[in-house]
Ligand binder design. Structure first.
Ligand SMILES: *[C@@H]1O[C@H](CO)[C@@H](O)[C@H](O)[C@H]1NC(C)=O
Ligand SMILES: *[C@@H]1O[C@H](CO)[C@@H](O)[C@H](O)[C@H]1NC(C)=O
Ligand SMILES: *[C@@H]1O[C@H](CO)[C@@H](O)[C@H](O)[C@H]1NC(C)=O
Ligand SMILES: *[C@@H]1O[C@H](CO)[C@@H](O)[C@H](O)[C@H]1NC(C)=O
Ligand SMILES: *[C@@H]1O[C@H](CO)[C@@H](O)[C@H](O)[C@H]1NC(C)=O
Ligand SMILES: *[C@@H]1O[C@H](CO)[C@@H](O)[C@H](O)[C@H]1NC(C)=O
Ligand SMILES: *[C@@H]1O[C@H](CO)[C@@H](O)[C@H](O)[C@H]1NC(C)=O
Length: 507
């Protein structure tokens, strides 16, 4: 079992889930956050069709390095903008600014209905800038060049991304003579972390931030490393103990099956992979990814965020696992269960582990440099194979794959972490940390009010930044209330800002 777990924290998402993280990268896997991560190479255009929201796509020439005066080529940062409802500079029309995270910005725009739906009510402009090194916002002209080596990737950092946002918004306001217009930040997941950090680092640029599912405390030893997988596991246990136990027992079965002659061929057939499995690890990772994503996307109604899924998808998976006819083997049950995730549409002919030959994606680089989020799988409380966090093996992986050594204490030095709440209470204001406790990332987020203006909005049954999604007729009351509370707080920030400005003008 030594090789097992590696459930990856690939947090976020990906419609093309099937294709990332090729086998060659899988051991030792980065156990820390692959966060939101799997977006990076994903291309939403085919699967999403026309974007549901109207915007104009523009490009802005950015400095590659905001923190030196070296003569590096500029790169084109893409941003999406809609000014249809904007009240304009004279009326101090607000600017709603989504902090783009690790993926194609159009995909985030399509999955962040909340911002689009509330902007007209506030007569706000909407901007979705893309994060550097993702989507079309590639330094050095192409993905291939940008991802070539540690020197070309060196400017893929959260600090540079925040500086991009700051420069972009400042320039844009100047162009529109909108310098006095208030900016409100939004973000989900890593984007939520960026929104919160931006509010703290650039308080003169934005008046407040809604940081949804933002695990800013998932660093060093601030929260226990087992948190993420414990929450995933609890999501299954709360549906059914036998489901939890079947999954927990399955890893050994997979491992011992793999050791038989013909075992890998047998597993390949049972799980209907297109190509023969090369190791049981690949299968275990494939399953672990599915369980983790299911926990993140455990929404109360059918949705197509990571994959098309039914409402309460974990309940559905457990139903399949538990209700297979007596005598059904553990592996067959697991297959039936995981098919809810990988084949809900019924369109999969066979499953692919890897069609990403380069395997280079931005989040892996970020996780190998700044975003070191220790992750383990506890023996008693997790349904995943036990795994103790081992920084040394991660460091080795990063050196081998990127020739870079992580700096695990940098994020907390730069943005805070230990004693963070105390510092925020004294020096911060106007941040909403929203979370749903079903979301495995909620464990590393801020779940308690820090002050009167830095508040936590927590729902028991929410999953990964559910609140940022567009409203649906299937929304339960607790979700409607969470969004209403957010709107009320944001309105409060804006009213106060406008009130102050008016007073200033009157004098
Ligand atoms: C990385 O690639 C660039 C562009 O090809 C090259 O100029 C540079 O020397 C390479 N750096 C390293 C450390 O290999
Ligand atoms: C502001 O206007 C200049 C000149 O037209 C343009 O080059 C630049 O891209 C604009 N900035 C933004 C953020 O759109
Ligand atoms: C796979 O293994 C199981 C249990 O060992 C066995 O019943 C089944 O016939 C095997 N299937 C194939 C295709 O070899
Ligand atoms: C399966 O076995 C259990 C326990 O032996 C029994 O209660 C149940 O009725 C059986 N179910 C079916 C569908 O045979
Ligand atoms: C996906 O589901 C459909 C419909 O249930 C089924 O016919 C097909 O065999 C499944 N594909 C795989 C790879 O299991
Ligand atoms: C795990 O469970 C075992 C046996 O029940 C117990 O002895 C041990 O203390 C538990 N470990 C933790 C970390 O809770
Ligand atoms: C951690 O990983 C390193 C490198 O792979 C290995 O040498 C070491 O034994 C591991 N430590 C533990 C406690 O497993």
């Amino acid at each position: 079992m030594a090789n097992l777990p590696k459930a990856t924290l690939s947090v976020l998402i990906s419609l093309t889930l099937l294709s990332f993280f090729p086998a060659t990268l899988s051991f030792p896997r980065l156990r820390s956050s692959r966060f939101l991560g799997k977006f990076s190479s994903f291309n939403n255009k085919g699967s999403l069709g026309a974007p549901p929201y109207r915007y104009e796509t523009r490009y802005f020439d950015q400095n590659l390095d905001h923190f030196s005066f070296s003569d590096l080529p500029k790169f084109r940062q893409r941003y999406l903008i809609n000014t249809e409802h904007w009240a304009g500079p004279d009326q101090l029309g607000p600017i709603f600014f989504y902090c783009g995270n690790e993926g194609d910005i159009e995909w985030f725009a399509a999955n962040t209905g909340f911002v689009w739906e509330f902007a007209p009510r506030f007569r706000a402009m909407v901007i979705f800038p893309e994060h550097r090194y993702y989507g079309e916002s590639m330094p050095y002209g192409s993905h291939e060049e940008a991802y070539k080596n540690a020197s070309t990737l060196a400017h893929l950092t959260a600090e540079q991304a925040l500086a991009d946002f700051a420069v972009l918004i400042t320039e844009l306001k100047k162009n529109l003579s909108a310098q006095a217009c208030p900016v409100v930040l939004f973000g989900g997941s890593y984007g939520g972390m960026l929104a919160a950090w931006m509010r703290l680092k650039y308080p003169h640029i934005a008046i407040g931030a809604l940081a949804s599912s933002a695990p800013i405390l998932q660093f060093e030893d601030i929260v226990p490393p087992g948190t993420f997988y414990d929450i995933v596991s609890n999501g299954f246990r709360r549906e059914s103990i036998s489901c939890f136990n079947t999954i927990k027992d399955s890893w050994d079965v997979i491992e011992s099956e793999g050791q038989k002659s013909n075992g890998l061929a047998n597993l390949t057939e049972t799980f209907r992979f297109c190509k023969k499995l090369e190791s049981t690890d690949d299968l275990s990772n494939w399953l672990s990814d599915a369980y983790s994503y299911l926990a993140m996307a455990n929404y109360p109604y059918p949705a197509d965020f990571l994959m098309p899924l039914p409402g309460n998808p974990i309940k559905e998976v457990c139903r399949k696992i538990d209700n297979s006819p007596n005598g059904t083997s553990i592996l067959q049950r697991i297959f039936e269960g995981v098919s809810v995730y990988y084949n809900y549409t019924g369109n999969a002919g066979c499953f692919n582990l890897d069609d990403d030959p380069h395997g280079m994606n931005g989040w892996n680089w970020q996780a190998c440099t700044e975003m070191v989020m220790p992750t383990s799988s506890s023996r008693n409380t997790s349904m995943f194979p036990p795994y103790d966090y081992n920084y040394t093996s991660e460091e080795q992986w990063c050196l081998e794959n990127y020739h870079v050594k992580p700096r695990p204490t940098w994020i907390t030095t730069e943005f805070g972490g230990h004693g963070f709440k105390k510092a925020l209470e004294t020096f911060g204001s106007n941040i909403i940390f929203s979370n749903g406790l079903l979301d495995p990332w909620s464990g590393g987020s801020v779940l308690e009010d820090i002050s009167e203006t830095i508040v936590a909005l927590v729902t028991e049954k929410g999953a990964h930044h559910l609140d940022l999604r567009s409203a649906t007729t299937g929304d339960p009351d607790w979700l409607v209330e969470q969004r209403a509370a957010e709107v009320k707080l944001i309105k409060g920030w804006l009213d106060k800002y406008h009130g102050r400005k008016r007073t200033a003008f009157d004098m």
